[in-house]
Each structure stands twice: as structure tokens, then as C-alpha cells.
Design a protein around this ligand. Structure first.
Ligand SMILES: [Zn+2]
Length: 186
């Protein structure tokens, strides 16, 4: 591994005779220049010059645990806006519009996603796929709804048995709940 030298866009970082321009660099007239701020890496094994940004975009990857708000729930799937990644305070780059297929909601059999997740629910989920689209699963005890408001009166729903309950409307609702529903500080 080469030593780290901070470079700025336009800085000459190498000769094209010795290295190929790669991530964060470009070649011009036999010279290689930085195209972004970062640490210069002259890779002698592959003969490439790179500039690695200290703050790469916070893009989601399969396996990431995320927090999301349900945008819509139909029978076959729910859609959600991912708002945060667990363990990271930085904003998210890239795609944040996600889908959750009905088969990926709970460990048990579910034939209707809208029975388990509702618009406005705040969920914790895991990223299963990012390509061709961002997909989530709530199939784990720790995943599912962590906060939900009554669709009628907007009171915060409380846990009751395996579902939720509105103390104001005195109505019970089904949900795929996370094991710590109601205990999560948001
Ligand atoms: Zn209510």
C-alpha cells in the first residue's frame, strides 16, 4: 500500500507512462490528474492511480439494517422510503425508494402485505437487494414496525398481544411488529 497524500482536483498525481487513470483521476497529455479531493493511491500491482474520497457516498448495501417509513401497502407488496441506515448518522446517497414483497414480511404465512404494514408506519428492516431495485425484508423478530399511529385519530398505537391497539378508538390492529416496538427512541 502506498503512502497517503491528500490531493485536490486538478493536482498532477502521476505520469501516464507509469499508471492508468482510475477512480477519482483523469488523464490528459501524458499526465494523470486528480478529479476529486481525497487520498492518492498509486497502485503498483495494477499500475493504476486512484484518488479515494474520505467521505464516500452513504450508499445502501445488501445486509444493511435500515429505518424506513411505509409509503403504501397493497396485497402483494409494500413500498417504503428509507430514511436512515443503522450505525450511520450521515444522509443516504443513491436509491432510497424500496419495496417489500409480501413473502418477505414475516416468518409466518402472509397473503396480504397491507395487513402487516400500513402507510406511515416506521419500520426497521434489512436490505436484501439493491439491484435492479432496492428491496427490504422484515422477516426477523427484530424487524418490522417500531412506531405506528392510529389511522383514524393519530394516537400512538400501543402493543397488545401480537398486534397494536388504539386506546382512544378502542380498536385493535394487526401488524408485523419488531420485538422492541414502543421502546425505540426516534
Ligand atoms: Zn385511534
Amino acid at each position: 500500500m502506498a503512502e497517503f497524500i491528500e490531493v485536490f482536483p486538478g493536482d498532477e498525481v502521476a505520469e501516464e507512462e507509469e499508471y492508468l487513470a482510475s477512480d477519482g483521476t483523469f488523464a490528459n497529455n501524458g499526465k494523470i490528474y486528480a478529479s476529486q479531493i481525497g487520498a492518492l493511491e498509486l497502485d503498483d500491482d495494477e499500475c493504476v492511480a486512484r484518488v479515494v474520497s474520505p467521505n464516500p457516498p452513504n450508499v445502501l448495501r445488501p445486509g444493511d439494517i435500515v429505518y424506513a417509513i411505509i409509503a403504501d401497502a397493497r396485497s402483494t407488496m409494500a413500498t417504503a422510503d428509507v430514511v436512515a441506515k443503522e450505525g450511520s448518522r450521515r444522509g443516504l446517497g443513491g436509491e432510497t425508494y424500496a419495496t417489500i414483497h409480501v413473502s418477505k414480511i414475516s416468518q409466518g404465512y402472509t397473503d396480504d402485505a397491507s395487513k402487516e404494514l400500513r402507510k406511515g408506519d416506521y419500520i426497521r428492516a434489512r436490505v436484501t437487494s439493491i439491484s435492479p431495485s432496492l428491496q427490504l425484508t422484515t422477516k426477523d423478530d427484530h424487524f418490522g414496525v417500531i412506531r405506528s399511529l392510529c389511522g383514524t385519530c393519530k394516537t400512538k398505537l400501543v402493543r397488545k398481544g401480537k398486534g397494536l391497539y388504539c386506546q382512544n378508538c378502542e380498536r385493535a390492529f394487526l401488524r408485523k411488529l419488531a420485538d422492541d416496538y414502543g421502546d425505540v427512541k426516534l
